[in-house]
Write a protein that binds this ligand. Structure first.
Ligand code: SLL
Length: 147
């Protein structure tokens, strides 16, 4: 489609993970975690997103996980921290290339000398960011501005 000269649209997102320690362990897995991409304040983001892929460490079975609809998230159990690549795809009519977000999965609480982390308290590591679209197609502009 035709691109709109001079138009820039930004969409706020939040991505990251929460993790909780497994208190009764049956395997070498020490934590249950969820990595996610979402809008701030539970805002819907699906109206301009085609799919989201989460690329996990190769020690996971089927380590490339796709979400075609919300919630855009993966919940797993595991034993280690690693970098997760979140690849966001936009509708074909947008003509946009996918955007990759890099996130370090965090399982362990911050080291706070003299203080201990309460047992079972979730650890979280997430970030606010913005997706910027320059000169969107007319079709994509209509999608981006309807939310
Ligand atoms: C580390 N460099 O050594 C990192 C790698 C990989 C974590 C962490 C697998 C779980 C499963 C899993 O948790 N891998 O086997 O399903 O800390």
């Amino acid at each position: 489609g035709k691109r709109m000269k001079g138009v820039v649209i930004s969409k706020p997102i939040i991505y990251g993970n929460i993790a909780t320690e497994l208190l009764s362990r049956k395997t070498e897995h020490t934590h249950k975690w969820t990595v996610f991409l979402r809008g701030p304040n539970e805002q819907d983001i699906s109206y301009y997103i085609h799919k989201v892929e989460f690329k996990l460490h190769e020690t996971f079975v089927n380590n490339n996980r796709a979400c075609k609809s919300p919630p855009y998230e993966v919940t797993e159990t595991g034993w280690g921290e690693f970098e997760i690549i979140t690849k966001v795809y936009f509708p074909p009519a947008s003509g946009e290339k996918p955007i990759s977000l890099y996130h370090m999965l965090k399982l362990y609480p911050p080291d706070t000398p003299g203080q201990s982390w309460p047992k079972g308290k979730p650890v979280s590591n997430f970030f606010y960011d913005e997706l910027i679209f320059s000169e969107p197609t007319e079709e994509f502009f209509a999608m981006l501005t309807k939310g």
